[in-house]
Design a protein around this ligand. Sequence first.
Ligand code: PBG
Length: 326
Amino acid sequence: MSFPAFRSRRLRRTEALRRLSQEVELSPRHLIAPLFVKEGIPEPVPIPSLPGQVQHTRSSLVEEVGELVELGVGGVILFGIPARKDAVGSGAWDDEGVVQRALRALRSEFGDRAVLMADLCLCEYTDHGHCGVLAEGPDTVDNDRTLELYGRIAASQARAGADVIAPSGVMDGQVAAIRRALDGAGFSQVVILSYAAKFASTFYGPFRDAAESAPRFGHRRAYQLAPANLRAALRRVEEELAEGADAVMVKPALPYLDVVRAVRERWQVPVAAYCVSGEYAMLHAAAQRGWLDLESAMMEVLLAIRRAGADWILTYFAKDAAWLLR
Ligand code: PBG
């Protein structure tokens, strides 16, 4: 017998054999595009730290979603930037708010052909930039008072036509509060995709420019998860599933693929991974310098996130990747 007996290269010899042997697939339907819509701007505003991404007007948003639907992406998730902010973020539950008006426009344009998700948080709507109402003392955000507001936001987003509500504020009890509010308002069919394993990450930097949501003081480490802690993340996923989350998210993606894998192995629900703004920005920055090939780096990253176990990938690469996969 020849040596070695096991030759793994046999299955990699030709392109056709490599195609036959591929274990996971990446399709446009796996991708969810995060989109920013801003009130009161006459035309789209480019976001310097997210090359190719813009703050949309309502009409440019409709156009963009049309292209994404055409390319077969799985869905879009909306982030709103209101004209005015206040201490409690009241713009977030205004039925005439920026996201609500955008949802209605999209729903009337695309009917049920587009899956419309709404990020649910207060940081874009509060003048201090935290994800809830402020409390006295070092723990900055008052968890329980914030829950009541999250319920109002959820009902308002559902009235405007959201298929999926995605709470990203990492408040305890948020899923139960939102489920109760939705059911109470007659929206028992609306899905909750919870940002259950959302880590306090430096990689959110460019997003905070895009969404104009950086905290004016302090940080989010008293509510978002500690990057070192896998067990704490799993505990939180367990809890939010018990509260009624239909699907859960891990965020960011690349530095936390072990968390994606662990969640995938433990629970039989759709698992989303959010490849965040900083992950997108760093690939673009390296590519701009000629240090990486952007297209192949993008596809490798997205496929790796699928391999780790994500069903859905929220990514600013959604349109470019869907275009290549079409
Ligand atoms: C709001 C929110 C953030 C992101 C999604 N929702 C920012 C934050 O928590 O500071 C980050 C997304 C990204 O970086 O692409 N709570």
